[in-house]
Ligand binder design. Structure first.
Ligand SMILES: CC(C)=CCNc1ncnc2c1ncn2[C@@H]1O[C@H](COP(=O)(O)O)[C@@H](O)[C@H]1O
Length: 265
């Protein structure tokens, strides 16, 4: 044991010698003036991240069952993809699903717009802080802005029972492959991933088949995780069928558990 070393307990940590700071956390907290650099430090960021989770969970807890629609932020109005997005928003809302998007322009706006065109439709935008000026599209009824992509992604997954991706760029591909990985690794179950636009997605699907499945980077059955369609109603049906399957599965599991334990007296 080295004698005469200064020691300070800091919550769960102990620091000694040169690592003991000149002031305590409380002193720094209560100091009226001083540098604001700490606002940009990791421990503080953790609290901000936590706050984003709390806010997101709180705002979305009472959302009806929902579907997340991904797609390009750059799709102009009056294009076939925008129209598909809008019709998809309408069909999902008519089927009783809230529509969640990234809250931005393009396909996101189209799907939010469709949802607002249905009586009782619920249109949600989970926006992201970007380095350039960007506002939530006008068709979002419940909007939450996130600083962190990963917190926002958690919300997409936690509060929806399926993803539908329209043609898009890096952002859409990122969200698509993240959701496929979650399904493949069974982090989420009975979670359909639907691609709309067979022409747009065709090349990628061919490559996935020949290169990923063909060289054993994914299992052949992983190909079944992706459903492709050009038809809005079919996209919605894939989601509703999976929901039915999920509730039947839950009923069966509950029934089996009840049979094991016996009915309550
Ligand atoms: C015009 C422009 C670039 C606006 C960006 N504004 C955005 N606002 C909200 N979410 C976004 C935005 N850009 C990308 N994303 C996310 O990434 C996806 C679209 O990215 P991309 O355009 O396919 O790559 C969306 O589903 C969305 O979740």
């Amino acid at each position: 044991m080295r004698a005469n070393r200064r020691e300070r307990r800091q919550g769960q940590a102990v620091v000694r010698g040169n690592l003991v700071p000149e002031s305590t956390h409380d002193q720094r907290l209560l100091a009226r003036q001083g540098s604001s650099d700490w606002v940009h430090m990791d421990p503080w960021r953790v609290l901000r991240i936590q706050a984003e989770f709390v806010e997101g969970f709180g705002q979305l807890a009472e959302l009806p069952r929902a579907v997340t629609v991904f797609g390009s932020a750059r799709t102009p109005e009056e294009t076939p993809d925008y129209e598909t997005g809008r019709k998809l928003g309408i069909a999902l809302a008519q089927a009783g699903f809230a529509v969640i998007t990234g809250g931005g322009p393009g396909v996101m706006e189209a799907a939010n717009r469709g949802a607002t065109e249905v009586d009782g439709g619920v249109s949600v935008g989970l926006g992201i802080e970007l380095p350039f000026e960007q506002r939530m599209n006008d068709y979002v009824d419940l909007g939450i802005e996130f600083r962190y992509f990963f917190v926002r992604k958690t919300m997409f997954v936690k509060y929806s029972c399926g993803f539908i991706a329209l043609p898009g760029g890096f952002g859409t591909l990122d969200e698509l492959f993240e959701s496929l990985t979650l399904v493949q690794t069974r982090k989420v179950t009975s979670f359909p991933v639907v691609l709309m636009g067979s022409e747009f997605w065709g090349g990628l699907l061919e490559w996935i088949k020949s290169q990923l499945a063909g060289t054993g980077k994914i299992a052949p059955q992983d190909l079944d995780l992706i459903k492709v369609t050009d038809d809005v109603d079919e996209a919605v049906k894939i989601i509703t069928d999976s929901e039915l399957h999920r509730s039947r599965q839950l009923d069966e599991e509950r029934e089996a558990a009840r049979a094991q334990v016996g009915e309550p007296q």
